[in-house]
Design a protein around this ligand. Sequence first.
Ligand SMILES: *[C@@H]1O[C@H](CO)[C@@H](O)[C@H](O)[C@H]1NC(C)=O
Ligand SMILES: *[C@@H]1O[C@H](CO)[C@@H](O)[C@H](O)[C@H]1NC(C)=O
Length: 138
Amino acid sequence: MMFHSLCTLLAVKSSAFPAVELATKSSLKLSLPAGQKFDLDPFWLRERCLSPAYVDVNTKQPLWMPHEMPKDIFFQNASIIGGDTLQVGFTDGHTSHFDLEHLSKELTDFRHTVIQPAAYARPEPILWSEGNATEAGQ
Ligand SMILES: *[C@@H]1O[C@H](CO)[C@@H](O)[C@H](O)[C@H]1NC(C)=O
Ligand SMILES: *[C@@H]1O[C@H](CO)[C@@H](O)[C@H](O)[C@H]1NC(C)=O
């Protein structure tokens, strides 16, 4: 009876808040309110960092190739901020923030990748014609 009550309590608690736990320096355990649990890898997460140091702020295009990332990236620490953001500190000193809703969509359905979001600010197209080359004196 008491065991049952404790299980109910834990189930309610885990369904109310997202939680993150550093299992090892290369494994982050993420539990989401809907009950899903994920084991995240430092390279996988770092590749999804959308900070201005890693992507073009307007297009979200990566500024670095994956092979240019430091080879020895590990997790330093991690926490959930405001119930909707995963903050991850890496051993090279960089801190990334991930929107938990976007992250969970990608974790459950590859089409929702955050690396190339469906909606982003695109520069206006610049029209080109034969006359442009002549004007440039070519
Ligand atoms: C990691 O730990 C440092 C020092 O305690 C703290 O300032 C920082 O906010 C932590 N980062 C995360 C992602 O929890
Ligand atoms: C090419 O010429 C058109 C017409 O003059 C102009 O509207 C457009 O801005 C030019 N494009 C570039 C890239 O200069």
